[in-house]
Write a new protein. Structure first.
Length: 80
């Protein structure tokens, strides 16, 4: 987040980034998508097996259907 001082700062974006960094530090197996805000869906990392994901998020894992028929993108809002 380095840019010229003449550009100004968006405090909401800085706070959003801090929230994201704290979440992925606390829950090591997720990533936040662009423009994510607290409470929205996070992505479960691909290296996590379906069994591990179900165990870690017993209240719900959503699978995103892909044109290939392989559901490798998984999200959850049940991380809190």
């Amino acid at each position: 987040m380095t840019y010229p001082a003449s550009t100004g700062r968006n405090v909401d974006e800085i706070l959003r980034c801090i929230d994201s960094l704290q979440l992925v530090d606390r829950i090591k197996i997720v990533a936040t998508p662009a423009n994510w805000t607290p409470g929205e869906k996070v992505m479960i990392l691909p290296e996590v097996t379906d069994e591990e994901a179900e165990k870690m998020f017993p209240r719900g894992v959503d699978r995103v259907s892909m044109p290939s028929g392989i559901n490798y993108v998984r999200t959850t809002t049940k991380y809190q």
